[in-house]
Design a protein around this ligand. Structure first.
Ligand code: GTP
Ligand code: MG
Length: 217
Protein backbone atom coordinates (compact mmCIF):
# COMPACT_ATOMS: atom_id res chain seq x y z
CA UNK A 1 0.00 0.00 0.00
CA UNK A 2 1.06 3.49 -0.72
CA UNK A 3 2.68 5.02 2.34
CA UNK A 4 0.57 8.05 1.70
CA UNK A 5 -3.07 7.22 1.43
CA UNK A 6 -5.31 10.15 1.14
CA UNK A 7 -8.87 9.40 2.08
CA UNK A 8 -10.27 12.87 2.29
CA UNK A 9 -9.72 16.08 4.10
CA UNK A 10 -12.17 18.69 5.04
CA UNK A 11 -12.70 22.21 6.09
CA UNK A 12 -14.75 21.72 9.24
CA UNK A 13 -16.08 23.92 11.94
CA UNK A 14 -15.38 22.30 15.28
CA UNK A 15 -15.93 23.35 18.88
CA UNK A 16 -13.31 25.83 19.95
CA UNK A 17 -12.45 23.85 23.09
CA UNK A 18 -11.56 20.76 21.06
CA UNK A 19 -7.88 20.01 21.64
CA UNK A 20 -5.73 19.95 18.56
CA UNK A 21 -2.24 20.62 17.28
CA UNK A 22 -2.29 24.16 16.03
CA UNK A 23 0.20 24.88 13.25
CA UNK A 24 0.67 28.49 12.23
CA UNK A 25 2.18 29.07 8.80
CA UNK A 26 4.02 32.39 8.58
CA UNK A 27 6.18 34.08 5.98
CA UNK A 28 6.61 37.11 3.73
CA UNK A 29 4.04 37.79 0.98
CA UNK A 30 4.14 35.45 -2.01
CA UNK A 31 6.56 32.86 -0.58
CA UNK A 32 4.02 30.07 -1.09
CA UNK A 33 2.33 29.58 2.30
CA UNK A 34 -1.12 29.07 0.82
CA UNK A 35 0.27 26.89 -1.97
CA UNK A 36 1.97 24.56 0.52
CA UNK A 37 -1.14 24.25 2.66
CA UNK A 38 -3.44 23.70 -0.31
CA UNK A 39 -1.13 21.06 -1.80
CA UNK A 40 -1.13 19.27 1.53
CA UNK A 41 -4.87 19.56 2.07
CA UNK A 42 -6.27 19.17 -1.44
CA UNK A 43 -3.45 18.46 -3.93
CA UNK A 44 -4.17 21.71 -5.71
CA UNK A 45 -1.69 24.25 -7.05
CA UNK A 46 -2.53 27.56 -8.67
CA UNK A 47 -0.06 29.53 -10.76
CA UNK A 48 -2.01 32.71 -10.33
CA UNK A 49 -1.03 34.68 -7.24
CA UNK A 50 -3.95 35.64 -5.05
CA UNK A 51 -2.71 37.14 -1.81
CA UNK A 52 -4.42 35.80 1.30
CA UNK A 53 -6.26 38.67 2.92
CA UNK A 54 -7.85 36.91 5.87
CA UNK A 55 -6.63 34.03 7.95
CA UNK A 56 -7.64 30.62 6.51
CA UNK A 57 -8.03 27.70 8.87
CA UNK A 58 -8.04 24.00 7.92
CA UNK A 59 -8.72 20.98 10.09
CA UNK A 60 -7.15 17.82 8.61
CA UNK A 61 -6.55 14.71 10.70
CA UNK A 62 -3.35 12.83 10.01
CA UNK A 63 -2.08 9.49 11.22
CA UNK A 64 1.67 9.20 11.65
CA UNK A 65 3.28 6.17 13.27
CA UNK A 66 -0.10 5.01 14.57
CA UNK A 67 -0.75 8.32 16.26
CA UNK A 68 -3.67 10.46 15.32
CA UNK A 69 -3.01 14.16 15.14
CA UNK A 70 -5.94 16.45 14.69
CA UNK A 71 -4.41 19.47 13.11
CA UNK A 72 -5.55 23.01 12.91
CA UNK A 73 -3.51 24.65 10.17
CA UNK A 74 -3.61 28.43 10.16
CA UNK A 75 -2.64 29.94 6.82
CA UNK A 76 -1.85 33.52 7.73
CA UNK A 77 -2.01 36.56 5.56
CA UNK A 78 1.17 38.59 5.66
CA UNK A 79 1.62 40.20 9.06
CA UNK A 80 4.15 43.01 9.47
CA UNK A 81 5.09 41.80 12.97
CA UNK A 82 4.24 38.96 15.31
CA UNK A 83 1.72 40.05 17.98
CA UNK A 84 3.92 40.55 21.03
CA UNK A 85 1.03 40.51 23.49
CA UNK A 86 -2.72 40.04 23.58
CA UNK A 87 -3.35 43.74 23.01
CA UNK A 88 -1.56 43.52 19.65
CA UNK A 89 -3.55 40.40 18.85
CA UNK A 90 -6.75 42.33 19.32
CA UNK A 91 -5.67 45.46 17.50
CA UNK A 92 -4.58 43.57 14.40
CA UNK A 93 -6.96 40.68 13.93
CA UNK A 94 -4.74 39.06 11.30
CA UNK A 95 -2.45 37.96 14.12
CA UNK A 96 -5.21 36.79 16.44
CA UNK A 97 -4.59 33.34 17.97
CA UNK A 98 -1.02 33.09 16.73
CA UNK A 99 0.44 33.25 20.22
CA UNK A 100 -1.34 29.98 21.10
CA UNK A 101 0.07 27.88 18.27
CA UNK A 102 1.65 24.52 19.13
CA UNK A 103 4.18 24.85 16.30
CA UNK A 104 5.26 27.40 13.71
CA UNK A 105 6.10 26.75 10.09
CA UNK A 106 8.23 29.65 8.84
CA UNK A 107 8.27 29.71 5.06
CA UNK A 108 10.68 31.64 2.87
CA UNK A 109 11.19 31.67 -0.89
CA UNK A 110 14.68 30.35 -1.74
CA UNK A 111 14.93 32.87 -4.60
CA UNK A 112 14.60 35.94 -2.37
CA UNK A 113 16.95 36.71 0.46
CA UNK A 114 14.54 39.29 1.91
CA UNK A 115 12.00 36.59 2.54
CA UNK A 116 14.56 34.85 4.75
CA UNK A 117 15.21 38.09 6.62
CA UNK A 118 11.49 38.32 7.24
CA UNK A 119 11.37 34.93 8.97
CA UNK A 120 14.51 35.81 10.95
CA UNK A 121 12.69 38.83 12.35
CA UNK A 122 9.48 36.96 12.95
CA UNK A 123 11.40 34.26 14.81
CA UNK A 124 13.03 36.89 17.05
CA UNK A 125 9.60 38.38 17.74
CA UNK A 126 8.06 34.97 18.52
CA UNK A 127 10.87 34.17 20.96
CA UNK A 128 10.37 37.52 22.69
CA UNK A 129 6.60 37.13 22.86
CA UNK A 130 5.98 33.76 24.41
CA UNK A 131 7.38 30.75 26.19
CA UNK A 132 8.69 28.49 23.42
CA UNK A 133 9.34 25.47 25.61
CA UNK A 134 8.16 22.41 23.61
CA UNK A 135 6.92 24.62 20.75
CA UNK A 136 8.78 23.63 17.58
CA UNK A 137 9.72 26.06 14.87
CA UNK A 138 10.20 24.55 11.46
CA UNK A 139 11.81 26.44 8.60
CA UNK A 140 10.76 25.75 5.01
CA UNK A 141 12.55 26.98 1.88
CA UNK A 142 9.88 26.88 -0.83
CA UNK A 143 10.11 27.09 -4.65
CA UNK A 144 12.85 24.49 -4.93
CA UNK A 145 11.96 24.17 -8.63
CA UNK A 146 13.50 27.64 -9.06
CA UNK A 147 16.75 26.71 -7.32
CA UNK A 148 18.82 27.95 -10.29
CA UNK A 149 17.80 31.43 -9.12
CA UNK A 150 18.59 30.83 -5.48
CA UNK A 151 18.93 34.13 -3.63
CA UNK A 152 20.65 32.83 -0.50
CA UNK A 153 22.94 29.88 -0.05
CA UNK A 154 21.36 26.69 1.19
CA UNK A 155 24.41 25.89 3.28
CA UNK A 156 24.26 29.27 5.02
CA UNK A 157 20.57 28.91 5.84
CA UNK A 158 20.75 25.25 6.88
CA UNK A 159 23.70 25.90 9.16
CA UNK A 160 22.02 28.86 10.87
CA UNK A 161 18.68 27.12 11.23
CA UNK A 162 19.84 23.66 12.26
CA UNK A 163 22.95 24.47 14.30
CA UNK A 164 22.08 27.79 15.89
CA UNK A 165 18.30 27.91 15.97
CA UNK A 166 18.10 24.14 16.56
CA UNK A 167 15.11 23.95 14.24
CA UNK A 168 14.10 21.56 11.50
CA UNK A 169 14.81 22.71 7.94
CA UNK A 170 13.47 21.42 4.69
CA UNK A 171 13.26 22.65 1.11
CA UNK A 172 10.16 21.92 -0.93
CA UNK A 173 8.28 22.85 -4.06
CA UNK A 174 4.58 23.47 -3.54
CA UNK A 175 4.27 23.70 -7.32
CA UNK A 176 5.42 20.10 -7.89
CA UNK A 177 4.23 18.75 -4.55
CA UNK A 178 7.84 17.86 -3.77
CA UNK A 179 8.64 17.33 -0.08
CA UNK A 180 5.34 18.87 1.02
CA UNK A 181 4.19 15.74 2.82
CA UNK A 182 7.69 15.14 4.12
CA UNK A 183 7.67 18.57 5.68
CA UNK A 184 4.55 17.82 7.70
CA UNK A 185 5.90 14.39 8.63
CA UNK A 186 9.15 15.86 9.85
CA UNK A 187 7.36 18.57 11.75
CA UNK A 188 5.10 16.08 13.49
CA UNK A 189 8.15 14.14 14.62
CA UNK A 190 9.02 17.23 16.60
CA UNK A 191 5.67 17.37 18.28
CA UNK A 192 5.14 14.93 21.07
CA UNK A 193 2.03 12.90 20.76
CA UNK A 194 -0.72 14.67 22.61
CA UNK A 195 -3.26 12.69 24.54
CA UNK A 196 -6.63 14.03 23.51
CA UNK A 197 -8.95 13.65 26.44
CA UNK A 198 -10.32 10.33 27.59
CA UNK A 199 -11.03 8.54 24.35
CA UNK A 200 -8.39 5.94 23.39
CA UNK A 201 -6.48 6.74 20.22
CA UNK A 202 -7.80 3.71 18.34
CA UNK A 203 -11.37 4.95 18.83
CA UNK A 204 -10.45 8.41 17.72
CA UNK A 205 -8.74 6.95 14.63
CA UNK A 206 -11.88 4.97 13.84
CA UNK A 207 -13.98 8.11 14.29
CA UNK A 208 -11.73 10.06 11.97
CA UNK A 209 -11.77 7.32 9.34
CA UNK A 210 -15.54 6.93 9.63
CA UNK A 211 -15.97 10.64 9.13
CA UNK A 212 -13.75 10.46 6.06
CA UNK A 213 -11.45 13.16 7.24
CA UNK A 214 -8.17 11.39 7.67
CA UNK A 215 -4.82 11.51 5.91
CA UNK A 216 -2.43 8.64 6.59
CA UNK A 217 1.18 9.74 6.22
N1 GTP B 1 7.63 28.17 -9.12
C1 GTP B 1 6.93 28.07 -7.97
N2 GTP B 1 5.96 28.95 -7.70
C2 GTP B 1 5.30 28.82 -6.53
C3 GTP B 1 5.58 27.78 -5.61
N3 GTP B 1 4.77 27.94 -4.54
C4 GTP B 1 4.00 29.00 -4.81
N4 GTP B 1 4.31 29.53 -6.00
C5 GTP B 1 3.70 30.70 -6.63
O1 GTP B 1 4.02 31.83 -5.84
C6 GTP B 1 2.91 32.75 -5.81
C7 GTP B 1 2.50 33.03 -4.37
O2 GTP B 1 2.02 31.85 -3.76
P1 GTP B 1 1.05 31.88 -2.50
O3 GTP B 1 0.91 30.48 -2.04
O4 GTP B 1 -0.17 32.64 -2.78
O5 GTP B 1 1.96 32.70 -1.48
P2 GTP B 1 1.58 33.19 -0.02
O6 GTP B 1 2.82 33.07 0.80
O7 GTP B 1 0.39 32.48 0.48
O8 GTP B 1 1.26 34.74 -0.26
P3 GTP B 1 0.39 35.74 0.68
O9 GTP B 1 -0.91 35.08 0.96
O10 GTP B 1 0.27 37.00 -0.11
O11 GTP B 1 1.19 35.99 1.93
C8 GTP B 1 1.79 32.10 -6.63
O12 GTP B 1 1.84 32.65 -7.94
C9 GTP B 1 2.17 30.63 -6.68
O13 GTP B 1 1.74 30.00 -7.86
C10 GTP B 1 6.63 26.85 -5.93
O14 GTP B 1 6.95 25.92 -5.21
N5 GTP B 1 7.27 27.06 -7.12
MG1 MG C 1 -1.42 33.14 1.12
Amino acid sequence: MNNYMKMTTSHLTIDSDYQRVQLAVLGAPGVGKTSIVRQFISNIFEEEYRPTDTKQVYYPSVIINDHLYELKIIDCPYIPYFPVNSLYEWTDYRGYGLRNASAYILVYDITTEESFHYIKNIRDQILESRDMHDIPLFVVGNKYDLSDDRGISRREVASLVKKHWKCGYIECSAKYNWHVILLFKELMKNIDYIDYGHKPTSLRVQDALRNNRCVIL
